[in-house]
Structures are given as structure tokens and as C-alpha cells.
Ligand binder design. Structure first.
Ligand SMILES: [Zn+2]
Ligand SMILES: [Zn+2]
Length: 289
């Protein structure tokens, strides 16, 4: 029997499709021992994926009830994937208090604004990606990436979450068209600076398998060269699938755990008794006592 954790799950409360309970039952069946929900937090503008503000109380109270209902089978955690904007009206740290969360994932999905005033979605469709790149950056990808990584850096520096979400997800568009070279010196430098900040802030970096099973990337977010740097810097990691459907809860976990072991990682972070703990793992799961 495999034993896993996953702190990155989306349900019908945001852009997932299923109920929280269906995710839990599926997770139990797959041998997941510790499961966290991370709906996209409500934001102040319309978009297709965030949880509407009016659904937040139900999301939180349903999670409290399910935590109790399934406590003998699985440990459930209440989180949010929070969109970071440098001028956030409610900082990540305040979200944690206001919503009484067990943990937060901080992610950047939006950079700058399009001509019509809407925020530019950097991991939406290819056409939206191209539109923003042209309208905001006159197709200067280096400038766009500099802004993207600056926002991530700013988040770690000023409003650090528990988990840094899919930090190189912007590379997903390279699968259709080569926008930039991930080994270019200027790009690697941006990542190096971010990782130094991550180390200082003791943030957990998620290793996110979604790009692989959605066939957008060959490697997780973050990619292998950056995982090696994370290992050398001794930054803690956790394994997440960013599931938007119960069938995705542990997709690509075995391969990714094998990859992490080959790179030299020996532990994954697990949320246990309200604190993050480092736990050993192998290809078939974590050593969770
Ligand atoms: Zn995300
Ligand atoms: Zn997500």
C-alpha cells in the first residue's frame, strides 16, 4: 500500500470539478495519509478560477466538518492557494488568520495588466499568454520574466506563505513554442536569486506534478536543474499534484519521487499535528508513523 501526502487540491469551490468529500474518499483509497485543500482565494476581479467570496464560509466550515468525520482515516488540512499581487488588499499572513487556515500556498498567476485593464494570466491559454506578452512587454520575454520573478521574490520577502507554489510554471508555454531558453544565464540568475530568498525565509518549495500529467512539461515544476539547486541549498520540499479532479491526486508521484531520490533528496515535508515535519520517503511513498 502506498502512502502519500498532497497539499494542493482544487474542488468545485474554485476551478475543480468535484466535492471535497469525493476528493477525500478517493485520497483514502489511493493511500494518501495527509491531504490539504487549497482553493484559489477570492480576488477582487472576475476570472474563471478563483473561489467567489460568498462561497468562502461554506468551504471553511465544510472542511472543519470533514476533518472530524474522517479523522480516523486521513488527516485533512484547511488551506488556500493565494494569488500574490504586490499590492494585495489582504496579505497572505492575514488570510491565514482571518480564515483560520492550517497553511497557505503562495502563487503568482497574474503579472501586470492588459490594455483592457484586466490582469494578465501567465498560465492560462497560449493566446492570452501571447496577448499579454505583446501588449505589456512588446514581446520582450526577458522583461516579462523579470517582472514575474520579481513578484515571486517580493512575495517571499514581504509576505511569505508556508509553501511556494509552482514557481517556474511560466515555462509551460515553451512546450508549444520556444519562448525562452531555461538554461540562459539571465533566466538562471532570476531563479538563483529567488532560491536564495526562499532559503532565507524557510519556505517549503512544492514539487508540482501537474505539468507532467497534463503533458505540458517533461519534468515537474520546478525543473531538474533547479531541483538540484534546491537540494544543494537544503531547502525543504513537499510533493503536490495540483489536482483539479480526484483522479489526479497522486498522478506522476512514483516517477517524481524516484527523480527526487536520484537527485539526493531524502525527506518530504508533511503537515502533522499542526506543524511541518520532515519525513523520509521512497518511490512508493513516505514513511509516516
Ligand atoms: Zn496555481
Ligand atoms: Zn493550484
Amino acid at each position: 500500500m502506498e502512502s502519500w501526502t498532497n497539499y494542493h487540491n482544487h474542488s468545485h469551490y474554485c476551478d475543480g470539478v468535484d466535492t471535497l468529500e469525493t476528493h477525500i474518499l478517493s485520497a483514502v483509497e489511493k493511500g494518501v495519509l495527509s491531504l490539504g485543500f487549497s482553493s484559489h482565494n477570492p480576488v477582487l476581479f472576475e476570472n474563471k478560477w478563483s473561489m467567489p467570496q460568498e462561497k468562502l464560509p461554506a468551504y471553511l466550515s465544510e472542511l472543519d466538518a470533514l476533518k472530524k468525520k474522517y479523522e480516523s482515516q486521513i488527516s485533512i488540512h484547511k488551506g488556500l492557494e493565494i494569488d500574490y499581487f504586490p499590492d494585495n488588499s489582504l496579505p497572505i499572513q492575514d488570510w491565514k488568520k482571518v480564515a483560520d487556515l492550517d497553511y497557505t500556498i503562495g502563487s503568482v498567476h497574474f503579472v501586470g495588466g492588459l490594455e483592457d485593464g484586466t490582469p494578465w494570466e501567465i498560465d492560462g491559454t497560449l493566446s492570452v499568454f501571447k496577448k499579454g506578452l505583446l501588449e505589456i512587454y512588446q514581446n520582450d520575454i526577458q522583461k516579462a520574466l523579470k517582472d514575474y520573478y520579481e513578484i515571486l521574490y517580493h512575495m517571499l520577502e514581504h509576505d511569505c506563505p508556508d509553501i511556494l507554489g509552482h514557481f517556474d510554471k511560466i515555462k509551460m508555454h515553451n512546450c508549444k513554442e520556444k519562448f525562452f531558453d531555461e538554461t540562459a544565464r539571465w533566466y538562471v540568475k532570476l531563479i538563483d536569486e529567488l532560491l536564495e530568498q526562499a532559503k532565507d525565509k524557510h519556505v517549503i518549495i512544492e514539487v508540482n506534478t501537474r505539468g507532467i500529467y497534463k503533458k505540458l512539461t517533461d519534468e515537474p515544476y520546478p525543473g531538474i536543474p533547479f531541483l538540484k539547486k534546491i537540494k544543494n541549498l537544503n531547502i525543504p520540499i513537499c510533493l503536490n499534484s495540483d489536482a483539479h479532479h480526484p483522479k489526479e491526486i497522486i498522478l506522476e508521484y512514483e516517477n517524481t519521487a524516484k527523480l527526487l531520490k536520484n537527485i539526493g533528496f531524502k525527506e518530504l515535508m508533511v503537515l502533522k499535528n499542526n506543524s511541518w515535519q520532515a519525513v523520509g520517503f521512497e518511490e512508493t511513498g513516505i514513511f509516516y508513523l
